[in-house]
Design a protein around this ligand. Structure first.
Ligand code: PEP
Ligand code: MN
Length: 337
């Protein structure tokens, strides 16, 4: 349910209503809008008690939320969420480019890539420190050493850093180095991890699981939100279908679908979706045309020698050419970079 406070309701009236809800043993999620405050309530079983609050001073209306994702959905939060971080706005008028290697392999590999993508207009540096690999014998990432290189690259270039956290026990450690925590596709339904990243207060990018529906993704976001963390970015990165030519099938329609159902920013990852460098550019451009708030791509100084995901990485030159086209498509759909 949500309690809609009247425009101009005082801070005291809002606090009194919140305290009353808490006295019923329910949790609240206040959303402070420009004109009105809306108080979300978790735990619908006490609906009838909450309804009695209709006559409290400052209360305009009490409305049930029908969407299953109570706080990730637009019903409780009609305006777009814009995450502002170090001068970068995610979900605003600009399209955000996230770029960097699949895995951090060395200080030089990361710094060279960071400098290049920054120069060409990326605002967020990606790089895996903990790699979720299908085989336990594949390169697993450099761990904290990689996190240190990422922090160094941020300090030098001013890029924000996003990196994946795979284990709830590492959330605190990764938060020390990264600006945005990534929850990978394989962990989208790891509810312990979702709760931990929710508690961390760090912005989170949640990638859609390969076998998950849009509803599953939004419910996963709900796990993060109910811990009090609303800075969530959703990422479409392809789903499993019977098609084998591509690594996954990019569900581009998920972009307008999610934008319609949810207020959260949506990013598309055409690299993990297709697994092929040649498909990254066309799918990145299509994603922006479809309304994505940004794109994440993998860039490597020498994709042939990459320790992870070389076949889907862009060279520096390919990233440069992508950025030129991204600017054109973004301007056609009324967005900047
Ligand atoms: C990644 O972005 O590094 C990654 C492993 O992607 P995904 O979780 O989408 O497979
Ligand atoms: Mn990768």
């Amino acid at each position: 349910m949500i309690i809609v406070m009247r425009a101009g309701a005082s801070k005291e009236q809002v606090e009194t209503v919140i305290n009353k809800v808490h006295s019923f043993g329910l949790r609240t999620h206040p959303i402070y809008g420009v004109t009105k405050t809306v108080i979300g309530i978790v735990g619908d079983d006490k609906t009838r008690i909450v309804e009695k609050m209709q006559s409290m001073p400052g209360v305009e209306d009490i409305i049930p939320i029908l969407q299953p994702y109570k706080f990730a959905g637009r019903e409780a939060h009609p305006e777009n969420t814009v995450i502002e971080l170090g001068g970068v706005k995610i979900g605003g008028d600009s399209v955000v480019m996230m770029a960097g290697p699949c895995a951090v392999e060395s200080e030089a590999q990361l710094l060279d890539t960071a400098r290049y993508v920054k120069e060409k207009g990326a605002s967020i540096l990606r790089g895996g420190a903990y790699k979720p690999r299908t085989s336990p014998y594949s390169f697993q990432g450099l761990g904290e050493e990689a996190l240190k290189y990422l922090a160094k690259a941020r300090n030098e270039t001013g890029l924000l850093v996003i990196t994946e956290v795979t284990d709830p026990r590492n959330v605190e450690l990764v938060c020390r180095y990264a600006d945005i925590l990534q929850v990978g596709a394989r962990n989208m339904a790891n509810f312990v991890l979702l709760t931990e990243v929710g508690k961390s207060g760090h912005p989170v990018m949640l990638k859609r699981g390969p076998s998950s529906t849009v509803k599953d993704l939004l419910l996963a976001a709900e796990y993060v939100i109910i811990e009090g963390n609303r800075d969530i970015i959703l990422c479409e990165r392809g789903i499993t279908t019977f098609e084998t030519y591509t690594r996954n099938t990019l569900d581009l329609s998920a972009v307008p679908v999610i934008k319609n159902l949810s207020h959260l920013p949506v990013i598309v990852d055409p690299a993990h979706a297709t697994g092929r460098t040649s498909l990254v550019e066309p799918m990145a451009l299509a994603a922006i045309a479809a309304g994505a708030d940004g794109v994440m791509v993998e860039v490597h100084p020498d994709p042939d020698t990459a320790l992870c995901d070389g076949p889907q990485a862009l060279t520096f030159g390919e990233f440069d050419s992508l950025m030129t086209k991204v600017r054109s498509i973004a301007s056609i759909v009324g967005r900047s970079i």
